[in-house]
Design a protein around this ligand. Structure first.
Ligand code: FDA
Length: 287
């Protein structure tokens, strides 16, 4: 059974790209940058992985065309599991290189989202393999809740790589991930500081006021210019705060998902906040 899109529309821009472009333009008009995510994950068929790669290439071409027609600021975020990571890492790597060659030609940045811990090693090694060939057009995500992230941050600083830092959205066991919010915030703050000082243009991805304030205090104390990093938030989550942060002179990028495969993404957003359940119920009964 296909659930009605009305359920997801708070967190997902649209089910197709044509309807998503006006959303991007509207965010841009509020001084918000965008990263576009064509939804989907965990492909288990080579043909579907090739089709997903084609779809991402199409997305890059469309961004380039829209940008040529009139100013548009959007890069893309992808999940390697869509490119065949779980089938065969070398197939995934070939698909990734195909995508990155178009991204480099069109000068559009590609962020590799981080998924569950079964894919962390593989995602980081595919990133490290592709990065030397496309140093300005590919970046990765690190999750503050994983114990291993201290080492991964050090490595990404060594590479001067572009990292998005987030808390982590997947359910992970206590043996590999911190479970309590004070520790996760403490780790996030430490990593945020290391990335801003030692790595290239990090994305500080959080809606958490404590972490946003910690970042603002840190850059103020160090007199770090606002073009050295950016804040990032999800489409539909704290939209007013997104505009306020941009109006204060900081860079803010909104992660805008679109596409028909919105259910797993949507369920992660719902799990994060109990009051979102009330939002679903209200929307479900709205005409
Ligand atoms: P937290 O969950 O504590 O929220 C702080 C406040 O923000 C809440 O009190 C509430 O006001 C608001 N809020 C947060 N989530 C909300 C929601 N769903 N609905 C309504 N209000 C909400 N994870 C991952 O594992 N891999 C990845 O690649 C990414 N990528 C990514 C990109 C971007 C741009 C963002 C912002 C986040 C991710 N994440 C992610 C998700 C991330 O790991 C994390 O699960 C969420 O951002 C929630 O954590 P916060 O730090 O926002 O704080």
């Amino acid at each position: 059974m296909k659930l009605p899109f009305v359920l997801a529309r708070r967190f997902v821009a649209a089910e197709n790209l044509d309807d998503t472009i006006p959303v991007v333009r509207s965010l841009n008009s509020k001084r918000l940058f965008v990263t576009l995510d064509l939804l989907g994950e965990s492909v288990s068929d080579r043909k579907i992985a090739a089709e997903a790669t084609d779809a991402y290439v199409g997305l890059l071409m469309r961004i380039a065309d829209e940008r040529a027609a009139s100013r548009l600021d959007a890069n893309i975020s992808i999940k390697l599991s869509m490119l065949g990571q779980k089938i065969d890492p070398s197939l995934c790597y070939d698909n990734l290189l195909r995508l990155l060659s178009v991204a480099t030609e069109k000068d559009i940045f590609v962020r590799l989202d981080m998924e569950g811990s079964d894919l962390t090693d593989s995602t980081l090694s595919l990133f490290e393999k592709a990065y030397p060939q496309h140093p300005d057009h590919v970046g990765v995500v690190l999750q503050a809740y994983l114990h291993r992230t201290a080492d991964d941050i050090a490595r990404m600083c060594e590479l001067n790589a572009r990292v998005r830092l987030c808390k982590g959205a997947y359910k992970e066991p206590a043996s590999i991930a911190y479970q309590d919010m004070p520790t996760i915030r403490d780790r996030f703050t430490d990593y945020m500081q290391q990335l801003i000082v030692n790595a290239r243009y990090p994305g500080i991805a959080t809606h958490d006021d404590i972490l946003i304030a910690a970042t603002r205090e840190f850059v103020k104390a160090r007199d770090i210019a606002p073009d050295r990093y950016e804040f990032q938030m999800l489409y539909g989550v704290r939209p007013v705060t997104q505009e306020h942060i941009a109006a204060d002179g900081y860079r803010m990028r909104v992660y805008v998902p679109f596409g028909t495969q919105w259910l797993p993404y949507y369920m992660r957003r719902i799990r994060e906040r109990k009051e979102n359940l009330w939002f679903i119920v209200r929307n479900f009964f709205r005409k």
